[in-house]
Design a protein around this ligand. Structure first.
Ligand code: NAD
Length: 466
């Protein structure tokens, strides 16, 4: 057992805070070196992580490269390229009445931060926030998910070999360990996972007035109308939905379509799935497995909603659940109650766009919303009449790969965002700085005693120049 692993949680928290207080994490050179070390870890230990992801989730190594390791390398490279510029003070206009003076904002690190990750993308969702936390100059404790134990163990073993162990630590464990971590005072908590635990995290953070980023989930709807090319739509949906066996926070959760579109789309989805995973996805090396028995039985119990148009096969022993499309799904059926988070795609019939918008608005604000329509008016109406973390026209899930787009939810799908520059800002305090020379002392105009001249200055000039 390494020294770090044998430390108690209070010792670990105290150690990273000491490193922050000692100024270890602040220099730009340290930050860039840590980012490069993280990059090196992801390249040199790719095989270890790929094997762990295969063990935890049956993830194909190519998919692990695209959605986990390669994704984080991309975030590191983007951050490294721009960090120096993003950290430059930003000049702000000073109102005329305060001149001469100079105002600017600078980004300062928050301190010791806690990152709590879920199991579904256990590399990406632990390390992409770490990129932002390090770039911003923080000390970090990482808590991987206990539901992806092989990846969690790989993190605990490998990270300390690459990153500065004074300022970056991994604490493994489940609810007791996370509860203990949450009792400490942090300068930021970055949590990704479900909303129930999100509330626990927010309540614990409130004890210390700690700011939180909550990256949560929910039901991400899709609207498809007859103007869309259904074969192309089906391929995009099949890819976004059934990647990682549907265990993706931004996966399409359900489809809204008019009756004629619904049945044609179901057929097209069957064709697309055969293209992606062959006629028996159980035999495909590219199709994942459900993370544990509890989720497997939760998901199979949802198969009774509507009728099975595609798939439906399952095996508890191997935690396999075929890519499944459900048709004629009533709006009040169990599969429509909660986020599915698995390879089941219900198609719900709607009576046109107004009805679809009403269905979307009746639920929690989604993390993502997808629209397949060639009509600009349809896209515009959905964009302006609904609220969601993100909108994808013609493509699900891929918005998170655009580093310039903030990634996060709204309402029940979370608050705060990250990726690219937004990650740096999430883990920084934007400090306001005003510098005004002592001479000439223009402030005399507002010092008491208040005269008539000062009064008219206050009422007129001050407002006009404000
Ligand atoms: P999970 O069970 O791994 O839990 C997430 C983390 O919370 C883990 O580290 C776990 O140890 C901790 N945790 C669990 N119970 C706790 C408790 N009682 N007190 C304190 N900590 C606790 O993952 P999950 O929540 O099942 O993840 C799936 C959910 O996450 C879905 O809702 C999905 O949509 C959402 N998600 C969101 C994003 C996003 O970026 N917005 C990404 C992935 C997943």
């Amino acid at each position: 057992m390494s020294a770090a692993a044998s430390r108690t949680i209070p010792d670990t928290v105290a150690a990273v805070r000491r490193a922050f207080d000692a100024g270890v994490t602040k220099p730009l050179a340290w930050r860039l070196a840590q980012l490069q070390a993280l990059r090196q870890l992801l390249i040199e230990c790719a095989a270890d992580f790929e094997a762990a992801l295969q063990e935890d989730l049956g993830k194909n190594p190519t998919e692990s490269q695209i959605a986990e390791l390669g994704f984080v390398v991309g975030e590191i490279d983007h951050m490294t390229r721009h960090l120096r510029r993003w950290l430059r003070p930003r000049r702000v206009t000073v109102p005329g009445a305060l001149l001469p003076a100079r105002a600017s904002t600078i980004l300062e690190p928050l301190g010791a931060v806690l990152v709590i990750a879920p199991w579904n993308y256990p590399v990406q969702l632990l390390l992409a926030p770490l990129v932002g936390a390090l770039a911003a100059g923080n000390a970090v404790v990482l808590k991987p998910s206990e539901l992806a134990p092989a990846t969690s163990a790989a993190m605990a073993r490998l990270l300390p070999q690459y990153l500065d162990p004074r300022a970056v630590a991994v604490v493994e464990g489940g609810v007791p360990e996370t509860t203990e971590l949450l009792a400490h005072r942090w300068d930021h908590i970055f949590y990704t996972g479900n909303g129930r635990v999100g509330r626990i995290v927010a309540a614990a953070a409130a004890e210390h007035l700690t700011p939180v980023t909550l990256e949560l989930g929910g039901k991400s709807p899709v609207y498809v109308d007859e103007s869309a090319d259904l074969a192309a739509t089906a391929r995009r949906l099949a890819w976004g939905k059934f990647m990682n066996a549907g265990q993706t926070c931004v996966a399409p959760d359900y489809v809204l379509a008019e009756r004629a579109v619904a049945s044609r789309l179901a057929t097209a989805l069957g064709d697309a799935l055969r293209e992606l995973y062959g006629s028996d996805p159980a035999q495909s090396a590219d199709y994942g497995r459900i993370v544990d028995d509890r989720h497997h039985s939760r998901l199979t119990s949802l198969l009774g909603s509507g009728t099975i148009a595609v798939g439906g096969g399952h095996d508890a022993q191997t935690r396999y659940l075929a890519p499944t499309v459900l048709l004629d799904v009533p709006r009040d059926s169990p599969v429509m109650e909660e986020e599915i988070f698995g390879p089941i795609l219900p198609i719900v019939v709607v009576d046109g766009l107004d009805d679809a918008i009403a269905v979307i608005r009746s639920g929690d604000k989604p993390l993502a919303l997808y629209v397949f329509s060639e009509r600009a008016s349809v896209r515009r109406r959905i964009l302006t009449e609904t609220s969601s973390g993100a909108v994808g026209f013609g493509i699900p899930a891929a918005h998170l790969a655009v580093a310039g787009l903030p990634f996060g939810g709204v309402g029940d799908s979370g608050h705060g965002a990250y990726h690219g520059e937004r990650s740096l800002r999430t883990f920084s305090h934007e400090k306001a700085v005003l510098r005004k020379p002592l001479a000439p002392d223009t402030m005399r105009l507002v010092y008491p005693p208040y005269t008539e001249a000062k009064d008219s200055f206050a009422r007129g000039l001050l407002r006009r120049l404000g």
